[in-house]
Design a protein around this ligand. Structure first.
Ligand code: T4K
Length: 378
């Protein structure tokens, strides 16, 4: 007989906390220098180490992943109005709300193109159909770390003279072929929120293709100030501080064991659920970073049943990403993205974090299998 496992509040994600000794050593330095923010030593160190680790040249640290999108859009000049008409930006409805709210906040008209039913990333065909004469930029998302079909998207962008900003919030460390996925597009943005594979409590970064764009963004994140007595243009405060950078440096010191454990969790789920539920189809040329473990159930009813069955075991799964953003009222979209609506209604992210034990994973899988086999799709 199987041992009964009583689970204790298992969240969908749990921040990785590096060793206190390591973190304290960085914080001691902050105390000694009494330099807390405004491009401090640790922010500079983290920028340098991340460029090496990720294999990119032009990386700028910022306060969070939402501001990363806003600043990238501004730096690339895509939020400028022509003839007082707002610029149009096309994105995916199957993402966290910040992907769409960030350009909306910047005054853009946000339009949605539909996703591919297997990869759950923007479909390049649907993207091209959505382009109008007002479109200025494309904002695809490497959702759950799965690489978009970047070559196809970049071709579409070239044909229509559009900028491409990838929301790569989930794609820390993902390689496409032999190089970083972050090298694609005019810019790629990252979120370093506490729940991410790599985090700085709150934080983010922008990886630019060109040095000039990075320098423009560097001014933008510090009020447009160019010297003690000089202000060159509009800016905002989007700087990362030294305590965030201390966390980031400690995280980077321990990234290998963290990823190793996440891979263990991923593989264990995969082995037990393969054939029982549908998985996101991975881009065959890209690596994984084990950031999320999404599954697709045959019906919304089964998804809701599974949520409540797991809650009885105190396992809190999340419907990332429900609702499909083309249904969110304030974004007042005229676009109907039926594939996204369908996937959003049936998707569920299972807990994934480095401390998750095999015993708990096995129990979660048992519950998933029970719900899937006992319910008929509706
Ligand atoms: N683009 C994309 C594609 C994104 O996914 C995100 C963020 C962004 C842009 C914007 O980046 P940021 O501006 O956030 O840097 C969470 C995160 O807050 C959010 O960063 C993330 N995406 C999104 C997918 O997930 P919520 O509303 O689900 O967070 P919350 O507070 O419910 O936390 C989720 C689970 O994590 C909880 O069940 C408990 C656990 N948790 C959370 C925190 C904060 C902890 O155990 N400890 C903690 O400190 O959005």
């Amino acid at each position: 007989m199987k041992k009964f496992v009583r689970l204790q509040n298992i969240p969908v994600s749990k921040p990785y906390l590096p060793s206190r000794e390591r973190l304290d050593a960085y914080i001691d330095g902050i105390y000694q220098r009494a330099w807390l923010t405004n491009n401090g030593e640790l922010v500079q160190q983290l920028e340098k180490r991340l460029k090496e680790y990720l294999g990119v040249e032009y990386l700028l640290l910022v306060a969070n992943g939402t501001l990363a999108i806003q600043v990238a859009l501004k730096a690339l000049g895509v939020t400028v109005r022509d003839d007082l008409r707002p610029p149009q930006i096309i994105t995916t409805p199957f993402t966290f709300v910040a992907t769409a709210s960030a350009p909306y906040w910047e005054g853009a008209d946000v339009c949605f193109a539909d996703i591919d039913e297997h990869t759950w990333c923007l479909s390049p065909e649907s993207l091209e159909t959505a382009i109008t004469e007002r479109t200025k930029a494309l904002l695809p998302v490497h959702v759950f770390g799965n690489a978009c079909y970047v070559e196809a998207i970049d071709l579409v962008a070239k044909r229509h003279h559009l900028k491409v900003i990838y929301d790569a919030s989930h794609a820390f460390g993902v390689q496409l072929g032999q190089q970083s996925l972050l090298r694609y597009g005019d810019a790629a943005t990252l979120s370093f929120h506490a729940t991410k594979v790599f985090h700085t409590i709150e934080g983010g970064a922008i990886v630019f293709k060109n040095a000039e764009d990075l320098e423009r963004a560097r001014l933008l994140i510090n009020f447009g100030i160019t010297g003690p007595d000089q202000i060159d243009g509009l800016g905002i405060n989007a700087k990362m501080n030294e305590f965030q950078a201390a966390m980031g440096l400690s995280m980077l010191d321990e990234i290998k064991p963290n990823l190793h454990e996440r891979e263990r969790v991923y593989r264990r789920y995969h082995k037990q659920l393969d054939g029982k539920v549908t998985f996101q189809k991975k881009n065959a040329y890209s690596s994984r970073n084990y950031s999320y473990f999404p599954i697709l159930l045959p019906s919304e009813r089964q998804t809701l049943d599974l949520i409540s069955e797991l809650l009885e075991e105190r396992v809190v799964c999340r419907r990332y990403f429900f609702p499909s953003l083309d249904t969110v009222k304030y974004l007042s979209s005229k676009d109907e993205c039926l594939v996204s609506r369908d996937i959003a209604s049936r998707v569920l992210c299972l807990p994934i974090y480095s401390e998750l034990t095999n015993e708990i994973i096995d129990r979660i899988c048992e519950v998933v299998c029970k719900v899937v086999s006992s319910n008929q799709p509706m």
